[in-house]
Design a protein around this ligand. Structure first.
Ligand code: UDP
Ligand code: MG
Length: 312
């Protein structure tokens, strides 16, 4: 099979029929063998019935329904494990992404050999309250991850199947799939300007909290990918530095006390600073040891991404 379309669906009953017929039209025109995987993320409307109805006329449709709402990342992850196509394309179910982009995205993965092609909603039809935080979010992510993308969170993305079979996303990490993929060793990442439309039916599923959660997730994945397998290098360095600073302060104060007898050392703010710094340094250091012991026992500590093998 050439193409898998993974579509997370959460209360999108109105847009599904239009989306399906549009995708079918495009795929048939291009002569692509394809499957559409609808992952119903615990919808409370009639989305699942609509999917069942569509399946009757289109055998290429596959569906799965979660018992409750787990979030977009969970839906995508489930779709990725089911996907069988050589190229996997994700898109939102709300018709904000255009199926007309599919052939070119497919070609860029298949012929140009990219691992990931990420959509870029250059002209974006969302309220300003969404566009501005999004800009900040994209700049920061791009700066930290060194990936040159303008729109990390675009729902429309294409992947070589190896990418989606090698990464694991959970929580709300769908915003960082290119980052996660890059750290898994997939470096041919590019973007394509895509058509974006305003939401025709239903309402957006993500509220204002997304920006804070997004940044916390970025810190987590940066930390885990850099130090997940060697936490002591992080905690050890910070702990040692803190302790050292505290020790120098304490040593200086003791010296001053004994040789100049100038002050009562406990009356100087510096004293408390030094004390605090030594105590915190020790704690951070010990946290490093604990993290090392946790990661020694972690399942998958010796899982590596194998690209090629020879002679087995
Ligand atoms: N979605 C989902 N589970 C959720 C929230 C959203 O599967 O908990 C799906 C939703 O149905 C849509 C896509 O994720 O297909 C993007 O959601 P939305 O359009 O609300 O996001 P926005 O375009 O506002 O960023
Ligand atoms: Mg949308």
């Amino acid at each position: 099979m050439q193409l898998s379309l993974v579509i997370p669906v959460y209360n999108e009953e109105e847009s599904l029929p239009e989306l399906e017929s549009w995708i079918r039209k495009v795929a048939e025109k291009e002569g692509l063998s394809y499957e559409i995987i609808f992952v119903d993320d615990g919808s409370s409307d009639k989305s699942w019935n609509v999917i069942e109805g569509l399946k009757i006329n289109n055998p290429n449709i596959k569906g799965i329904k979660f018992r409750r709402n787990y979030g977009k990342s969970a839906a995508l992850q489930k779709g990725f494990t089911l996907a069988r196509g050589e190229v996997v394309i994700t898109m939102d179910a709300d018709l904000q992404d255009s199926p007309d982009e599919i052939p070119e995205l497919y070609r860029m993965i298949k012929t140009d050999g990219f691992d990931i092609v990420s959509g870029w909603k250059k002209k974006r039809y969302d309220p300003i309250s969404k566009r501005w935080p999004s800009k900040l979010f994209n700049r920061t992510t791009s700066y930290i991850s060194k990936i040159k993308l303008h729109d990390f969170n675009c729902g429309l993305k294409a992947y070589n199947r190896n990418v989606v079979k090698s990464i694991e996303i959970y929580g709300e990490m769908h915003r960082y799939i290119p980052v996660i993929a890059k750290w898994a060793g997939f470096s041919r990442i590019t973007e394509k300007v895509v058509q974006h439309s305003p939401r025709k039916y239903g309402s957006s599923k993500f509220g204002g909290g997304r920006i804070i959660k997004g940044f916390l997730d970025l810190i987590t994945i940066t930390f885990v990918s850099k130090f997940g397998k060697r936490p002591m290098h992080f905690f050890g360095v910070i702990g040692t530095l803190l302790f050292f600073v505290g020790f120098v302060i304490a040593a200086y104060l003791s010296y001053a006390k004994f040789f100049w007898l100038e002050h009562k050392m406990t009356e100087r703010p510096l004293f408390y600073l030094g004390l605090l710094s030594m105590v915190m340094g020790t704690q951070v250091f010990v946290a490093g040891f604990i993290a090392e012991m946790v990661s020694r026992n972690a399942h998958g500590r010796n899982d590596y991404q194998i690209e090629k093998e020879l002679g087995h």
